[in-house]
Design a protein around this ligand. Structure first.
Ligand SMILES: [Zn+2]
Length: 218
């Protein structure tokens, strides 16, 4: 009996924060939430300009970096729920463009996704769309080329590495709305530009990309 009671206690009262293991009633404990909020950009539309405008929730550092790592590599896909919701709130507070959008998360290569079990960009996009009401169109784009890890490459090599990496799927739904790409991290934008080229060649205009975090400095 005592064991069963303990089991129930653990189940309902002592779930622990995936980032710091402190017991918490919420998914992410208030302490880590505060640490994450500290990485938020004052103006998420700071980089909303140029050929591929960027809207980024925060800087890729500290607890945000840690959260994305836990989400992707430590089997914590549930973290996408609060993170995607915060991204959605930031968009709702200061949307750089108005109107309905089709949200297309940057797809992973099927083999890589099979290994991980999920695509974190898609999970973030689900939470983002649930809050904002924009249409999720994950199946319109696929990644057909398994690419070398980008961080090990020069800028030029990154662009080459990604050439032809994406394809619009044959079963693509016709879109009435312009496309907003969504990814977890934005670094040089090479990945997003490659996706934009594929979509626009198929007649789907891309207005920009939204990312949870960026390495770009203000
Ligand atoms: Zn915590």
């Amino acid at each position: 009996m005592a064991n069963i009671s303990r089991w129930f206690l653990n189940l309902f009262l002592k779930s622990s924060c995936p980032l710091c293991q402190r017991p918490t009633g919420e998914l992410v404990c208030p302490y880590c939430q505060k640490q994450i909020q500290a990485c938020q950009l004052q103006n998420p539309a700071e980089f909303w300009q140029g050929d591929l405008p960027l809207f980024a929730w925060g800087n890729y550092q500290g607890t945000v970096k840690r959260s994305i790592g836990a989400l992707k590599y430590e089997g914590q896909p549930e973290l996408a729920q609060p993170l995607g919701t915060w991204l959605g709130k930031a968009w709702q507070q200061s949307p750089p463009i108005r109107g309905k959008l089709a949200i297309i998360p940057i797809p992973m290569h099927p083999e890589k996704q099979k290994q991980r079990g999920f695509n974190q960009a898609e999970l973030l996009a689900e939470s983002f769309c649930r809050l904002t009401g924009h249409k999720l169109r994950s199946t319109n784009l696929s990644r057909v080329k398994a690419t070398t890890a980008q961080f090990s490459l020069s800028r030029q090599a990154r662009e080459q590495n990604l050439q032809g990496a994406f394809q619009v799927t044959t079963s693509s739904q016709k879109l009435r709305e312009p496309v907003l790409l969504l990814d977890d991290i934005y670094t040089t934008g090479a990945t997003a530009r490659s996706a934009k080229i594929a979509l626009e060649a198929a007649g789907m205009p891309v207005v920009g990309i939204i990312a949870l975090a960026t390495t770009k400095k203000v």
